[in-house]
Design a binder for this molecule. Structure first.
Ligand SMILES: Nc1ncnc2c1ncn2[C@@H]1O[C@H](COP(=O)(O)OP(=O)(O)O)[C@@H](O)[C@H]1O
Ligand SMILES: [Mg+2]
Length: 231
């Protein structure tokens, strides 16, 4: 399957009281499944807001967000259902063990194989020996691995990761980023990664630099992006 998200002539602003916060002016970008993108830019530039628009979770003030799957135009509802999210704060449920945190989205959908699929993904992210640990019994890196597994169990077309390594030390951050890139590449999933780290950003196929409401698109060296082990 191949999917794309096309943002066309996006203008976006917020109004808070009398204040108007202008975010994007005539922003255009097309994202493809199977590719990785790193979004960089100063704090407050609108990176998190851009992810919400890309995933169809927010509507722009003007402009269009279009989702295509195998050449067919889809509803934005389908884009939301085809998107997985990974956040800086992990957002795991504290009372559930790793296995049930990962299985939860599948269980909510009524999938009878929820636990065995979750087990498979926990194994892929290297946590087969931590299935019955609750989040507080796991290190930050391990918790983020659980969140990665949870994002993948629903077979998304795109993964949106908002500063997923912001709470991790440098070495763990590198491992986690590598795992996300590898899992996306192996599954043909599109990855949009917001990061402050240029070192991580440079591993993406394309660099998206957000500044003053504009997005500068910089394709990167594909050969470098293909290196590294599969998950
Ligand atoms: N729902 C909202 N209502 C009003 N202002 C918002 C809202 N969400 C974000 N903002 C403002 O928009 C700007 C961009 O926010 P954000 O997208 O979180 O930036 P970044 O992720 O790059 O730090 C900030 O100034 C923030 O305060
Ligand atoms: Mg942000």
């Amino acid at each position: 399957m191949s999917s794309s998200i096309n943002l066309k002539q996006i203008d976006h602003h917020f109004t808070a009281g009398k204040q108007r916060i202008s975010l994007f002016r005539n922003l255009n970008i097309e994202l493809f499944s199977g590719h990785s993108y790193a979004v960089v830019g100063p704090s407050g530039a609108g990176k998190s807001s851009l992810l919400l628009l890309m995933a169809g979770l927010e509507r722009p003030v003007s402009g269009k967000v279009q989702f295509q799957n195998n050449g067919e135009q889809q509803l934005l509802k389908n884009l939301r259902q085809s998107s997985g999210f990974i956040f800086q704060q992990f957002h795991l449920l504290p009372e559930l063990d790793a296995l049930n945190n990962v299985a939860l989205p599948l269980k909510l959908k009524g999938d009878k194989h929820a636990l065995s699929i979750a087990e498979l993904w926990l194994d892929k992210v290297g946590l087969s020996n931590r299935m019955y640990h609750k989040p507080q019994q796991l290190s930050g890196g391990e918790q983020q691995r659980v969140a990665i597994a949870r994002a993948f169990v629903m077979k998304p077309e795109f993964i949106f990761a908002d500063e997923p390594t912001g709470n991790l030390d440098e070495k763990t951050a590198q491992h986690i980023a590598q795992l996300m890139f590898d899992c996306c590449r192996q599954s043909g999933v599109g990855l949009v990664l917001v990061t402050h780290s240029m070192e991580l950003a440079e591993q993406a196929d394309t660099l998206l630099q957000l500044s003053q409401g504009k997005l500068a698109v910089k394709p990167r060296n594909k050969a470098a992006a293909m290196a590294g082990p599969l998950c």
